[in-house]
Write a protein that binds this ligand. Sequence first.
Ligand code: NDP
Length: 244
Amino acid sequence: DETLNGKVALVTGGSRGIGAATALRLAREGADVAVTYENGKEAAQDVVAAVEALGRRAVALRADSADPGEAAGAVDRTVRALGGLDVLVNNAGVGVLGPLEGLGLSDVDRVLAVNVRGVFLASQAAAGRMADGGRIITIGTCMTQRVPGPGGTLYAMSKSALVGLTKALARELGPRGITANLVHPGPIDTDMNPADGPYAAGQATMTALGRFGTAQEVAATVAHLAGAAYVTGAEFAVDGGHAA
Ligand code: NDP
């Protein structure tokens, strides 16, 4: 079904992993799609080609979410390239995990710049350019609900800011019919968190389903929210029961 026919979506960090799967899923449902990337130009171009093969328009934008001008500027570039913006998916994120004493100031600045400031600036820019009825969907983490072990101080702190942002955006933008929602993935098999990585078995065990999820399984919930008009300010775990 093509519920997003005629809509334009911007997926930050859409060259790989959850973002790439989301871009393809939104295109399958009818959207034209812009994806941002930092270094993965070829991967982003592959996503563009895959979207175009579905008969939709697509554009890959190099935009470092850690740079304030680039984080906000991706919105204007999307509008220029594709003629509007209806759905923003704040997906780009960095996972810097490790013992508290090993996290340096540059780690703190980088993680907050990408996971928090970049999301705020993109959302602010999108709100300024979206027509009524737009969607802002942000990718958090199951670690905002439950941190199952050491090493997550910086990452969990950064992603938890998105809970407040999402609720406040919902209140601010509700009068325009613009919704804001947050999706919390559990362990998802991507380059960031490979299902055959050193910490994978423990993560799978912590879910109720006993396995990693796929990027496509997260994308399905994002696509649902892109079409949902009466859901806002809400959080959705796609975590195999990690938080149960
Ligand atoms: P990947 O590392 O596999 O992919 C990250 C994507 O984000 C890439 O497209 C990358 O682009 C892009 N990106 C990273 N930093 C920047 C930046 N500064 N500016 C622009 N783009 C950037 O990650 P996942 O797909 O696993 O994660 C996606 C989101 O889901 C993140 O927010 C992550 O925190 C969250 N998440 C992931 C979980 C998991 O288990 N995988 C669990 C919970 C949450 P490039 O190709 O250029 O590097």
